[in-house]
Design a protein around this ligand. Structure first.
Ligand code: SME
Length: 150
């Protein structure tokens, strides 16, 4: 799907302000972007990442991740996007699914505070580019505003 169409559609979902909005957004991303095999949102509570809504073929065992651990914990610590083109070549990687080959984690921020992140696993090697980073940062900002207004 085209990034601009996706932004428009997600913006509409977020203005509806219904309880399962975040679930709808992860469902939408997973369904409409072929390389987005598993899409989840982690939120930070008590210095720990807690898995919120997710969509994909399987559940992950990693429903709680300490800040600093794994690719997810690294992005939560630095506030910077992590793009891992080959998860098996990254020592930090916490394995969730046997089929995963690459991963992107984009922090969700409120002002300068990191409140969570979007985590996407792909079954395609080297699936993520700067364009995904830019797109998902914009989605993260929309989600941040939505969470703030809840
Ligand atoms: N691979 C992540 C853990 C979360 S799962 O991908 C859903 C990591 O290394 O932090």
């Amino acid at each position: 799907m085209n990034y601009n169409n996706a932004k428009q559609r997600i913006k509409q979902m977020l203005t509806e302000k219904i309880d399962d909005t975040l679930q709808q957004v992860v469902n939408f991303l997973q369904k409409n972007f072929e390389s987005y095999s598993w899409v989840g949102i982690y939120l930070i509570k008590n210095n720990m990442l807690h898995l919120g809504p997710w969509q994909g073929p399987q559940a992950t065992e990693h429903t709680k991740i300490p800040i600093g651990q794994g690719i997810c914990g690294a992005a939560a610590k630095t506030g910077k996007t992590e793009i891992v083109s080959d998860v098996h070549a990254d020592d930090r990687y916490l394995s969730c699914f046997i089929s995963t080959r690459s991963e992107i984690v984009v922090p969700i921020k409120q002002n300068d505070t990191i409140i969570g992140e979007i985590d996407i696993d792909s079954d395609t090697p080297d699936a993520f580019t700067e364009k995904d980073d830019q797109f998902l940062k914009e989605i993260a900002d929309m989600l941040s505003e939505h969470i703030h207004n809840q």
